[in-house]
Design a protein around this ligand. Sequence first.
Ligand code: GLY
Length: 356
Amino acid sequence: MRQTLKVQLDKEYNIIISDEKFSVLKDFIDIETKGQKRLFVISKKVYKLYAESLNLNNENTLVLNDGEKEKNFKNYLKIIEKAEETGLTRKDVIIALGGGVIGDIAGFAASTYMRGIDYIQIPTTLLSMVDSSVGGKTAIDLKDAKNLIGTFYQPKAVFININFLKTLDKRQFQSGLGEILKYAFIEDNCMYKHSLFLFEYLTLGCEKVFDKEPLTIMRIIEYCLNLKISVISQDEKESGLRKILNLGHTLAHALETASKYKKYTHGEAVIQGIFFILKWAYKQEMITYSYFRLSHELLTKYGFKEEEFKYTPEELISIMKKDKKAADGKITFIVPCDKKRVKEVKFTEDDVVKMF
Ligand code: GLY
């Protein structure tokens, strides 16, 4: 199976989603990078598992450790130095092969090396397949602020091969489900021309998802990306509509930062953010009891549980204030306001204290 989606922004590119053999992926890479010198930036886990089948042993590669805490300035500089040592020029290309961390940091390096060279995203985790590999957000973290340094810089192509998911561990797979579930709550805002009824599809299709049934997984990735393409085509640089993709993220980034990027996967943190804001929206009578209950059931079905935070509201709020989504002394949350719809609400610090 193979699906091609087109992203048409100032820069146009294709996203190819497939379950074909890795030799086909290798061909896509060769065709897309014909005549270019290339540097692969790869996650250690992925390198160990796939270097041989992707025939990477003779390539210029930089292998980075896994985990959000690796998305830092030191590793960014390693990529830049490796690019220079490899002799990459403005005409050449960086290939990000790994999860969201690799995609974000390699994309950021590509966007700044020689004022910007091509990069290709080859996401290997569910989270990066359904979200972070598309849309051009690149970043590195500071110790006390996630994604604080970054650019909007679109890739040259995105190659998604769902066979990588066969070796993805359960926790990372579930982290990807966190971002997929997010799309179920914003589906109607995205204004995509067809509806899969994702909320209902996920409610009914849970078993097939956990079985990693290829057709189901391909369909979900394709649909979430179509929703995302619809959003970024209307607002590439997040001045309006794109903010809805941050549902759950205000609290998520605070939790990830407070725990020094060690306790939560990104998807787990996003789901805690969704639980939190659903409860608040229900208390404010912005959503009905029935939607609140169905939403809870959906998240629980996918193995997520609402947690008590071990951080004080003050600790979390001090991080939220530094987040790039905050402005004019206000903290922004994306809030469910109807079935499958959300809106942006700005809160004062005092308002946020009362939300806990
Ligand atoms: N991950 C949210 C976005 O790309 O805007």
